[in-house]
Design a protein around this ligand. Structure first.
Ligand SMILES: Nc1ncnc2c1ncn2[C@@H]1O[C@H](COP(=O)(O)OP(=O)(O)OP(=O)(O)O)[C@@H](O)[C@H]1O
Length: 345
């Protein structure tokens, strides 16, 4: 498969992006365990077009965080990565320690689910924002970094930003802290923002506000956003592209509108369920059975044991992603779809 052809047009309304395309090609991640290396990502290929919002969805343990955090090489101790992760001209897997530090500080920033664990409780927000800005641009004076921090707090919608610079994290609500986390990322003027379930810890109203903010930043600044999520609303209303993961692989990927209207993979059907009738705040549907243990993957398609359509050949062949719609880059890894299409590549 040619990853470049998976790039679909960035929808109208998205301003020219300052960033670059992020391309995963056959990315595999293994971690050491007492029983030897365990593959937790099994050959992941997808593109994140510059300026797009891409949602990674799947049940717990499907590899969303691993795929996303592999961009920053924030992986479990001893993890081995093969394949390629390119951000524009940069091969992320080959960066030296110094280049990686610079990449993390200036270009690609991450926001986690729990803002409390990402902020230092004893330091003021101002101290932490200034430090974040200067880690990205050491030439920035303290005074300029402070101005940038205040402007950025205002941009993310924190009331009274000047006074908030002296506040400590415990003085803010969860939603306000998540805004601060976004500001911590933005003061570095990154082009890529990685969000690991950024709204899961928040109430529904605050979730919507944070998503709206992220979408605005995406539109106004051309910020490329990858978001790992269990939330159907995030996928339907927020993302441009959807990558559905199962057992450390990509089951299906394509533009959100097409994926919601015409999913081809039975796992996507099951996950999205009655997508047109979805309600605000709904999460992806639970599916009968459980994902397989990664050290006991079944032969053939990993989803076959839970798939209501599985046939004998599904347990014999490990399906590779097939381009089912060249116009949109929609790809599906399913033996039955290969049969319906009359081709495997
Ligand atoms: N150090 C490790 N040793 C063994 N297994 C690991 C290790 N790190 C991650 N895993 C396994 O890798 C799989 C993928 O985990 P990952 O966190 O990427 O999934 P996820 O889709 O983001 O899940 P969640 O939605 O729960 O965050 C999980 O089954 C996890 O148990």
């Amino acid at each position: 498969m040619t990853p470049a052809s998976a790039v679909a047009a960035v929808p109208a309304g998205t301003t020219a992006a300052a960033g670059e395309t992020l391309t995963f090609t056959d990315v595999r991640v293994s971690v050491p365990t007492a029983n030897g290396p365990l593959q937790i990502l099994g050959g992941v290929t997808f593109d994140v077009p510059a300026g797009a919002v891409v949602a990674l969805a799947g049940e717990s343990g499907s590899g969303k965080s691993t795929a996303m955090l592999s961009v920053l090489r924030l992986l479990p101790w001893g993890a081995e990565v093969t394949g390629s992760i390119r951000y524009g001209e940069r091969e992320v897997t080959a960066l030296t320690a110094r280049q990686l530090r610079e990449f993390r500080a200036r270009h690609a920033r991450v926001i986690f689910q729990d803002p409390w664990s990402s902020l230092h409780p004893m330091h003021t927000l101002g101290q932490q924002l200034i430090e974040s800005a200067r880690s990205a641009d050491p030439a920035l004076s303290k005074r300029d970094a402070r101005r940038l921090a205040v402007e950025t707090l205002a941009r993310v919608g924190l009331p009274d930003p000047d006074a908030r610079m002296a506040a400590h994290p415990h003085q803010l609500s969860g939603g306000q802290l998540q805004r601060v986390m976004i500001a911590m990322a933005l003061v570095a003027r990154p082009t890529l923002l990685l969000c690991d379930e950024p709204t899961t810890a928040l109430d529904v109203t605050t979730q919507a506000q944070i998503l709206e903010l992220l979408r605005e930043l995406n539109r106004d600044m051309g910020l490329t956003v990858i978001i790992a999520t269990h939330d159907l609303e995030v996928i339907a209303d927020f993302a441009d592209h959807l990558v559905v993961m199962y057992a450390g692989r990509v089951a299906e990927q394509g533009p959100v509108a097409r994926m919601l209207a015409a999913p081809r993979h039975p796992y996507t059907w099951a996950l999205l369920g009655a997508a047109p009738a979805r309600q605000r705040g709904t999460r992806l549907l639970p599916i009968e059975g459980r994902p397989p243990r990664l050290d006991e993957l079944p032969p053939g398609c990993a989803f076959a044991p839970r798939c209501v359509f599985a046939e004998a050949q599904c347990t014999e062949t490990d399906p590779q992603p097939l381009l089912v719609d060249p116009a949109t880059g929609h790809r599906t890894a399913c033996v039955r779809v290969q049969q319906q299409e009359g081709r495997t590549a």
